[in-house]
Ligand binder design. Sequence first.
Ligand SMILES: Cc1cc2nc3c(=O)[nH]c(=O)nc-3n(C[C@H](O)[C@H](O)[C@H](O)COP(=O)(O)OP(=O)(O)OC[C@H]3O[C@@H](n4cnc5c(N)ncnc54)[C@H](O)[C@@H]3O)c2cc1C
Length: 510
Amino acid sequence: MVPSHIAVLGGGITGLSAAYHLARRFPSSRITLLEKERRLGGWLRSERVEVTHGADRADVLLESGPRTLRPNSKALLELIHLLGLRDSLITTPVTSPAATRRFLHIPGTKGLTALPSSPRSLFTSPLARLLIPSILREPWIKPNRPHDADDESFDAFVSRRFGNEVARVFGSALVHGIYAADSRELSVRAAFPTLWEAEERGKGSVLKGFLKRRKDVRSKEGDDYELGDVVVAMKGVSVYSFRDGIETLATRLAKALHHASNVTVRTTQQVTGLCFVHGSSDIDISLSSSQPPLRASHIVSTLPLPTLSTLLPSSHILPHLTATKPSSVVVINIIFPPTSTPIHPPGFGYLVPRPVEGYTEENEGVLGTVFDSAALDAQDVYYHSSRTGRGSQEQSGGRFTKLTMMLGGPHTHILNNTSQSTTPSRMLPLLASHLGIPLSSLPPPLHFRVTLQKDCIPAPRVGHVRRMEELKDALKRGPWNGRVEVVGAGVGGVSVGDCVRAGREAGRGW
Ligand SMILES: Cc1cc2nc3c(=O)[nH]c(=O)nc-3n(C[C@H](O)[C@H](O)[C@H](O)COP(=O)(O)OP(=O)(O)OC[C@H]3O[C@@H](n4cnc5c(N)ncnc54)[C@H](O)[C@@H]3O)c2cc1C
């Protein structure tokens, strides 16, 4: 039966994608999107700041949420096609330094260590002594997945196959970069399912599994995507964004919803409760505003799971909504004026692994730094004042240096004392030491912005996949009866591509 009225709870990227695709799939259904904030987009937030230095002035684009996307998400490519965003794309080729050069800053050392970018560079890498023996040994290690294990931590998985040191240095750094979490708590099956599957395909060996042809493995995304010629534009692309930042996705989706005759978008509408209507299968949604409750036949919730748990009547609680621990991150956007020698080496940026002693109060608390101007300089618009005093616009890019430091996550002491632990006088010496340059070669920043992103990335803990299956099962039964779907970063993957796909798949069974 076609739903009469679908309510989408939450106007982040998952909710926007859900409302957009539901409106296309059910043109005769009413769709209402409810968002508690005045703006839509959730964690997608791109803002321009104006900086001047002598005769140079620039509008520099800063991101306080996601900043780059990967072309492997068909759901995202489809959205780019459907929303006509191809001309706004900014792409980084796989051959550029921003794609091939990534670094680690290993606590206790000065400067950066380049990560090998090819099998050949592995042999000349300073990390060769750690990496080569563990890679050569892995295919010969007997299958050692614990009997009947249906999940384990990412750290335990990598330690089992590649050794403890590889797990601490590489595994923890990777998890800092994506989830801002402790790899000893993160579920390998939920966060890195391809590794878990490769071990199974390789009959115990991850490397054998990757080498084995994946004939039997179908893309989980399927083939029914409307991609137009966006796939062509993505040939040879490592990462991409948009001229006006990632928030472009949210603003264009919001515009498309505004023009859809069957969709109503209601911002500043905080959902405060859900209640089953007696004698009917409808659900009443209470709102914090003085408005009467909204009655819906179907609901897609894209709210953070802990928020959803507070909205349910005590007679109808759902399992596992509070099992996932969200990470909090301090994002520091810094813009430096032009310098005669580059501030950082060409590359995407660096990650900082878990220190040997673990997450103690003595740690610097930095998770990593992204060299934004390396991949995203085309977002910045430069104006050069001529002698007549008139400004002429040119897009040159790269003359100012913008970068983003990320702190916090499992370094909780930073989060407890953000204002004192993130001052320029603390951060700039840390940055100089990580980059291996004297502090005196860092000019005073033109812009230094600190944003605390509280509970922003749901880091799935061990057992997440099973728990989410149980949650889905519970939603099929009882009064829920398959009419409520729960999706979003806390359920499936956290990447923007995962969220867009989750929104696209919502309500498929209706
Ligand atoms: C700092 C940072 C960097 C990131 N970097 C990347 C990256 O480079 N690439 C990438 O792919 N991904 C990245 N991510 C991940 C990605 O941005 C998020 O996982 C994704 O945006 C989550 O979208 P969502 O819609 O599921 O959740 P949210 O964005 O949290 O949306 C939920 C919405 O619900 C609203 N809401 C909450 N409670 C209520 C209520 N009671 N009533 C009504 N509305 C409510 C919220 O205001 C919000 O708008 C990053 C995330 C962060 C925080």
